[in-house]
Design a binder for this molecule. Structure first.
Ligand SMILES: Nc1ncnc2c1ncn2[C@@H]1O[C@H](COP(=O)(O)OP(=O)(O)O)[C@@H](O)[C@H]1O
Ligand SMILES: [Mg+2]
Length: 288
């Protein structure tokens, strides 16, 4: 029997470059899966294929037994109910926090809905409920552009929740967050999104440890390893992938992306009991 969300031998070739190569991924209903891997490994591209943004060159994507390969994004979002949070916040900056959730709740597509829409007490209650879940109830009347970067990420998670998806895809939800915000995001995923089928792309190894049951490691478009947090962080292949660029990194001032990889290396090494010079650096997004 097929798993709830399944990628079968999925590959994508961008003008001769094989960004994803024969990936097989099986995610069960209600599972929370974390996808990690160096920058450029193909993680975001996998989400692009699941959501219909990018068509696989080969292979099949199945949801609940339905072949959704190559279906248009609106159908995947609305009919198959796969919700996605992109890398970096994606909100309506001029609207209030409350209004952003309201828009998401109404759905973007139907003109009829726009004419007949009324903000009933039930709707207000539902929006307030979501705002409490994402720690933004006290900010509900604030214009969303004045939120912190981390709060904007939460708002977008709330917008995904408002659409009541069956599957939630989160691309680096904690990028740009403080350690405290990162921890709260982990709690949010574990508590608020409980029961949903979730795929999270993440760089922060502490966050991965906090939330992960099963981790898939992608490298050069291929699955390198899959297992529990413990298995992955003790896997010599995985550690080597994160160490490989070390010599290059020492030559010059690292970019934001290299800093993330360094951070991960440091954490992996520390976990393995090897002493390292701690690399400082604020978390940033891993790049598109
Ligand atoms: N639309 C596209 N056209 C061409 N190349 C792309 C496109 N999307 C991604 N790529 C390339 O595919 C590789 C994987 O990218 P991506 O999935 O964004 O990696 P990750 O999210 O793991 O950092 C990168 O080399 C990237 O430049
Ligand atoms: Mg990415």
């Amino acid at each position: 029997m097929a798993s709830y969300l399944e990628l079968r031998d999925v590959s994508v070739v961008f003008s001769g470059f094989r960004a994803v190569n024969k990936v097989n991924l099986k995610i069960e209903k209600g599972e929370l899966r974390v996808l990690i891997g160096p920058n450029g490994a193909g993680k975001t591209t996998i989400m692009d294929m699941i959501t219909g943004k990018t068509r696989p060159t080969e292979g099949q994507i199945l949801l609940d037994g339905y072949d959704i390969t190559g279906e248009p994004p609106y159908k995947i979002a609305e009919t198959y109910r796969i919700g996605r949070k992109f890398q970096g916040p994606n909100i309506f900056a001029n609207m209030t926090v409350f209004e952003n959730i309201e828009v998401a709740l109404r759905g973007y597509s139907s003109l009829i809905k726009t004419f007949t829409y009324r903000r009933t007490p039930q709707i207000v209650e539902k929006i307030n409920g979501i705002l409490k879940q994402i720690n933004l109830y006290d900010y509900r009347d604030m214009v969303s552009s004045s939120l912190s970067h981390g709060q904007r990420q939460w708002l977008e998670m709330g917008m995904v929740l408002a659409q009541d998806p069956k599957v939630i895809l989160l691309d680096e939800p904690t990028s740009g967050m403080t350690a405290d915000e990162t921890y709260k995001t982990g709690e949010m995923i574990l508590n608020v999104m409980k029961g949903k089928t979730i795929l999270v792309i993440e760089h922060d190894i502490d966050f991965v440890k906090q939330i992960a049951k099963k981790v898939t490691v992608l490298n050069h478009g291929e699955i390198l390893a899959e297992g529990t947090y413990e298995e992955i962080t003790n896997n010599p292949e995985v550690v080597r992938v994160y160490l490989k660029n070390d010599a290059d990194l020492d030559k010059k001032e690292p970019t934001a992306e290299e800093k993330i990889i360094r951070q991960m290396q440091t954490q992996l090494l520390e976990k393995a009991g090897v002493s390292t010079e701690v690399v400082a650096g604020q978390k940033t997004t891993g790049g598109e």
